[in-house]
Design a protein around this ligand. Structure first.
Ligand SMILES: *Cc1c(COP(=O)(O)O)cnc(C)c1O
Length: 217
């Protein structure tokens, strides 16, 4: 199947209320252009240098999302243009995004990454750290970052019940925080293998790569 066909097939399975982030990491610009020509405007990348090169060369009305683990020293390279950072997993990273956004007179939207998977290799806050961060006065004073929601990755497993339980836990946390943080609009959960479960459990943003662009090496 072509990128166009894959994209149309995926879109049929996603309600209009759910934003599709087409994850184009490692894929050439021609692939992104093909999806763009079908109307796709939101793309996700996990390396700043690669994303910046693509941003420089592709249409300017693309919304670039940083979905991967982000090093603080790389923030400055994308502060001018990035539209959503999904993987904020430490207070120091948030401080750096605020600092770099200020230099460009921007407010950068961010999602706090929550550790929901069993594997300890995945980054993110646990519930306690998250509650501590959002209650922190220093964080509340940041003018150039806006926390618009949460992001999580489920365990990589065939056990759908477990994946569902992890997503549903993240949704509960999201709902709990939404009561106090009115900026909350976005719950980013679900990838090619598990996005249907994620949507059933309340996701409104899915990050899909291989089902659109083909598998990565
Ligand atoms: C690569 C990646 C995706 C997309 O994964 P697919 O299985 O190819 O859909 C989604 N989210 C994050 C954080 C990723 O790094």
């Amino acid at each position: 199947m072509s990128i166009k066909e894959n994209l149309l097939a995926i879109k049929k399975t996603i309600p209009d209320t759910v934003t599709l982030v087409a994850v184009s990491k490692t894929k050439p610009m021609s692939f992104i252009q093909e999806a763009f020509d079908e109307g796709q405007r939101v793309f996700g990348e996990n390396r700043v240098q690669e994303m910046t090169e693509k941003w420089e060369n592709l249409p300017k009305d693309i919304e670039w999302h940083m979905i991967g683990h982000l090093q603080r020293n790389k923030v400055k390279y994308m502060a001018e243009y990035v539209s959503l950072v999904h993987g904020v997993d430490s207070p120091r990273l948030l401080a750096e995004i605020n600092k770099q956004a200020e230099k460009h007179n921007r407010t950068i939207s961010c999602l706090l990454q929550v550790h929901i998977a069993e594997e300890d290799t995945k980054f993110g806050f646990n519930e306690e750290e998250l509650l501590e961060l959002v209650a922190n006065e220093e964080f509340k004073a940041y003018k150039n970052v806006k926390i618009v929601g949460l992001m999580g990755m489920a365990t990589f497993t065939d056990n759908d019940d477990q994946v569902r339980k992890e997503f549903s836990g993240l949704k509960s946390l999201y709902t709990k925080l939404s009561n106090n943080y009115t900026d909350f609009t976005t719950l980013s959960m679900g990838m090619s293998g598990d996005y249907k479960i994620a949507i059933e459990e309340g996701s409104n943003m899915v990050r899909i790569g291989s089902s659109i662009f083909g598998s990565r090496n």
